[in-house]
Write a protein that binds this ligand. Sequence first.
Ligand code: CP3
Length: 348
Amino acid sequence: MREGAKGQDSALVRTLLGQKQVHPPIWLMRQAGRHLPEYRELRAKNKSFLDFCYAPAAAAEATLQPVRRYPVDAAIIFSDILVVPHALGRDVRFAEGEGPLLTPLEGAEDIAKLDLSRLETRLAPVYEALERVRAAMEPERALIGFAGAPWTLATYMIQGRGGERDLARAYAYQHPELVDQLLDVLAVAVGQHLIAQIKAGANALQIFESWAEDIPGHLFARLVTGPIKKAVDIVRTAHPDVPIIGFPRGAGHRVGQFHQETGVNGLGLDIAADLGAARAAVGPTICLQGNLDPMALMAGGAALDQALDAILAAAQTGPHIFNLGHGVVPATPIPHVEHVMKRVKGLA
Ligand code: CP3
């Protein structure tokens, strides 16, 4: 039995494989993070965010903090999507209050220098953190490994920072061969990183395409779904049984196309996506995930209950994993998260 067998029979995995549950399993994007006082304390002891991600004991502890506090059905490994460009040899920094900063990738020489051979060695601490979490956590809870999708990683690498995406899209028009080459390398890197996470104990995977938004229809297959499909195929060749969630943030209206072209098991829906339309697009057996607005969670009260009612009703139309449409924000009160857990589990 490989290590990942623990967690394999969890409600989360069964739902991803197409079994609707009476109460949808729940986890929250960014469930580990600044809304928890114990995270802020741990973070203060680990000044550099990347070093924190590469410290197995600290990363495992951050992963487990929300698991101790909330009855979540899954933990997501505490790491970041930008460890992949970093492991390929790009310069990645996290500046206080500014988010990630990268030295922008320019020509063919920069792409040629991306070094796939060092990826798994450089990311060994991430895999060790996964092993520690899987060993410490009950088998009923799944462990989720993740990676950024090739286009989202390429966007950060070309643009050099978060938020803006115009230079990356311009680059795709100006240098089509280079962008295809870059996406190819990234698809292999993502595939390898996900396989290594399975070997370390991940029971399910999520691919974050945080910047699927603003991609014209004629480029969607080339930039978004094609490279994701390549990574998915690499993983499936080695581990056909481990379910994969795709999260095409900003492209909820293309979720049917995204599902068809990538072959993922589950579809993460962003805040704006319509659950009914998504269900109609993918049919009754494919797993959907989402999509409570993190601001409704932060606000609480009647507005939160209304939003929950709508999602819980939609979750009866097929396999569904309860989640947010984007990450928990730091100002979120813990009692609001506890309330959501109770309602989703049918206890309030
Ligand atoms: O709990 C979890 O969800 C697991 C850990 C996780 C982090 N980042 C930790 C983190 C995951 C899954 C990510 C994914 C990630 N990282 C994405 C995809 C999801 C999305 O938001 O669309 C992206 C785009 C990134 C890149 C990134 N990392 C940004 C833009 C930032 C700054 C924003 C911010 O919240 O500060 C980060 C830093 C980061 N990654 C933090 C955490 C907890 C905050 C750093 C800190 O504690 O100082």
